[in-house]
Design a protein around this ligand. Structure first.
Ligand code: R5P
Length: 297
């Protein structure tokens, strides 16, 4: 017990200043104001406290597609890109075998599985990782795919809610991933519905596709949105999509094929990061991509 006598009386209580958690936007992640310390610490590994944004590299494709163009050798394709991103989104099999633990990057652990490209309907998934193993891997968040409007809707919502409950017990956030079933159209109306549903179930941030009137999707969602890249586009178009998403309020990009199938994945990753963290516009980022690509020859 510390000696109490002789201490200078404490008086600097700054009573005129409200307690930080209840002042507006004192934490840099949307909707996270009232979360516990551990949850905020993990979210701060994902979303940079400086820019408020995140660059996530998605390479979890193998869990559904097997060997994918650009990801034939995870051990060769991924390590050079790691320094340029904030978060690695992958399966536990990929992380344990092909990512050095010394990378010290946030991990978005793919936690749902259950179908493959051989299925006509890929919306029936299960929870595929135990919370204990996610903790063992030091996951910064748990990623669950949700199929709104598809035959597997109810079970995928249950997977999401069960994972949120498990993660909440240990202060680990959940990323709700909006999947677009074959029968769904990629409309603003669909994304308004799906993103809001996932947030109301308690997902701590949402991954979805960019669409028209994206600022409306962002405004109606009380937690941060990051966009998925989708099928490979010409680099210029992919950078423009990333720029438009950030301009409309997305807090990051979780991109896979548009990075690892690019002619120069490293230049593409660096250029995306310039848009996400340094407010580059699409043209400046594309010029930067071309310059960086040339230097790497
Ligand atoms: C979706 O649930 C998975 O995370 C995908 O592997 C990811 O969205 C793919 O990224 P991209 O569409 O940018 O290739």
């Amino acid at each position: 017990m510390a000696e109490q006598s002789g201490n200078i009386e404490s008086k600097n209580f700054t009573l005129e200043t409200p307690f930080a958690p209840y002042s507006t936007n004192s934490f840099h992640v949307k909707g996270a104001e009232n979360y516990d310390w551990g949850m905020k610490d993990r979210l701060s590994r994902i979303f940079s406290p400086k820019s408020g944004n995140t660059v996530m590299l998605a390479f979890d494709h193998g869990y559904i597609m097997g060997s994918t163009t650009g990801l034939e050798r995870l051990d060769i394709a991924i390590p050079p890109l790691i320094p340029e991103v904030d978060v690695l989104m992958a399966t536990r099999g990929a992380i344990r075998t092909c990512v050095p633990p010394s990378s010290n990057k946030a991990l978005a652990l793919r936690c749902s599985a259950g179908s493959s490209v051989l299925d006509d309907d890929m919306s029936h998934e299960n929870i595929a990782v135990d919370i204990e193993d996610a903790i063992r891997l030091n996951a910064s968040c748990l990623a669950i795919q949700t199929f709104i409007g598809s035959p597997g809707q109810a079970s995928s919502i249950k997977n999401l809610c069960d994972t949120i409950d498990a993660g909440n017990r240990f202060g680990i956030p959940t990323l709700g991933v909006v999947a677009v079933g074959k029968q769904m159209e990629r409309t603003t109306k669909f994304f308004l519905l799906a993103t809001r549903m996932l947030a109301e179930f308690g997902a701590h941030f949402i991954k979805t596709y960019y669409c028209e009137d994206f600022e409306r999707v962002v405004a109606a969602c009380p937690v941060p949105i990051v966009i998925a890249g989708g099928k490979k586009l010409p680099e210029k178009d992919a950078l423009e999509m990333a720029y438009n998403a950030i301009r409309c309020g997305a807090r990051g990009v979780d991109m896979g094929r548009n990075i690892f199938q690019s002619e120069c994945p490293l230049a593409m990753t660096k250029s995306i990061s310039k848009i996400v963290h340094e407010q580059y516009d699409a043209k400046t980022a594309y010029d930067y991509y071309l310059e960086t690509k040339i230097k790497r020859r």
